[in-house]
Design a protein around this ligand. Structure first.
Ligand SMILES: Cc1ncc(COP(=O)(O)O)c(C=O)c1O
Length: 441
């Protein structure tokens, strides 16, 4: 059997690989009588259960089994358009809405339909590059800088545009950002939109984390500032904790006819439609139901609290720089000040660093090369979801912390695995500073 050779260069996503690795290590450890826990900073899943009304809608519609219109149930597209108008202030009608099994699938279809070179600001989410490689698209990666809070600037974008070989360029912009947690202000988005408008850049605005923005008012959709050239993707995987339901959304610009028609050609020829019970669950998720809205606000408040506390812990480690997130579930953590120590310990890449850290300290993080960084760039993604979301949310409701002391004790009572994981990392780095190859104490 001859296989398509361009797929050889594509890796299994590192987050999935690390999940499998941890599962295998756990089993091996247990077999050897080791009961030290693993500290999972490599995972990107909401720690909460989905909102009860959404689960109830799924159960109530479990017997529905029809093929549906490829773009989605007409009433669902109406509800989603209303939601985008109300929540994000976007001019949106049902004809601009297409649903899909996850926003990942929607991004992939958009990349298949829109011609041009793809500009990916880095560090980036793990999947944009493989998707572009599967489609054999030219990719220009733009390394963002700490001094810009890892946000895309007009100058950097112009540089990317200059490097592109194809006449049309596509920019993938993700905010709140995975992996940095950055949220763009309206002014920052307008400055980027200005360059896009002048150069006719198509923007795919990946807004899957929109409602995890710690400050709900701080989030501005790119479609508000660049409506003619933006396609928004979103879904309910993150703010409504329903990643496994596989439901995503594309919101298309003013003149969508041919673009949407071509998306529907791919959708209809590959997956036909999103499963009917899931579309009914989505009707509930997008209905602006009071309970679902309260759920989103509460989960986001707790997520913000854990994110800020975790960032502070990382930043307390000598020589370590972590972003302070404004949304999503992640910190981008820079260990480049340990570069010489890593070299002395025989650690040549962020992947080797992460693999060693799991073995020695049972701490898992996502290495920089899977974020599209050079392998010798010692920076990683650390997520802060390693706690029992439902139990901690109950505790947060029953007795919310109201002073810095209460916050500290709430965090140490409910997020012990995170605290211990950062402490283990600190112990590992101490040994690197002392010129040793770390071993478990
Ligand atoms: C930045 C980003 N975009 C898109 C997705 C895809 O989400 P889904 O396909 O579940 O909608 C994810 C999921 O991890 C993500 O982190």
């Amino acid at each position: 059997m001859y296989l398509e050779r361009h797929l050889d260069a594509i890796q299994i996503p590192a987050n999935l690989r690390i999940n499998d690795q941890i599962r295998a290590y756990r089993q091996r450890c247990r077999a050897m009588g080791c009961h030290r826990p693993y500290h999972h900073f490599a995972f990107g899943q909401s720690p909460f259960s989905p909102p009860p009304p959404v689960v109830e809608a799924l159960i109530a519609n479990a017997d529905k089994h029809d093929y549906l219109p490829t773009a989605g149930l007409p009433e669902l597209r109406e509800v989603i358009a209303h939601y985008y108008r109300e929540v994000f202030g976007i001019t949106c009608g049902a004809e601009k809405v297409v649903v899909s099994p996850g926003s990942k699938e929607m991004i992939s279809m958009i990349l298949a339909v829109v011609q041009g070179s793809l500009i990916i600001p880095t560090p980036s989410w793990v999947s944009y590059l493989p998707q572009a490689n599967i489609l054999k698209k030219e990719v220009i990666s733009l390394r963002l800088q700490a001094k810009d809070q890892y946000k895309l600037t007009p100058d950097a974008l112009l540089r990317g545009i200059g490097q592109a070989k194809e006449k049309q360029r596509i920019l993938i912009l993700n905010h709140p950002n995975n992996p940095t947690g950055a949220v763009y202000s309206r002014e920052e988005l307008e400055a980027v939109a200005d360059v896009c408008r002048r150069n006719k850049v198509v923007v795919i605005s990946d807004e899957i984390y929109a409602r995890t923005s710690f400050d709900a008012d701080a989030f501005v959709s790119t479609m508000q500032v660049y409506p003619e050239g933006t396609i928004v993707t979103g879904g309910m995987s993150k703010d409504r904790s329903s990643g496994g339901y596989r439901f995503g959304v594309g919101i298309f610009p003013q003149e969508p006819t041919e673009l949407v028609r071509n998306i529907l050609k791919i959708a209809g020829s590959t997956y036909s439609c999103v499963a009917e019970p899931i579309q009914y669950a989505a009707l509930s998720a997008y209905s602006l139901d009071a309970d679902v809205e309260t759920y989103i606000r509460d989960c986001t408040a707790l997520n913000a609290f854990v994110g800020r506390k975790t960032a502070a812990l990382f930043n307390d480690l000598p020589g370590v720089h972590a972003t302070t997130p404004g949304g999503a579930f992640y910190l981008f953590v820079d260990f480049n000040s340990y570069r010489e120590g890593f070299a002395d310990a025989g650690i040549a890449s962020s992947t080797e660093f992460c693999e060693d850290l799991i073995k020695v300290e049972h701490v898992a993080m996502l290495p920089g090369d899977s974020l599209l960084l050079r392998d010798d760039d010692f920076a990683v993604r650390a997520s802060f979801v390693d706690y029992d979301g439902d139990a901690v949310l109950d505790a947060w409701h029953d007795d919310p912390p109201t002073s810095p002391q209460e916050e500290a004790s709430f965090f140490s009572k409910h997020c012990g695995l995170i605290i211990e994981g950062v402490s283990n990392l600190g112990r590992y780095l101490d040994q690197i500073r002392e010129g040793k190859h770390p071993v478990h104490a």
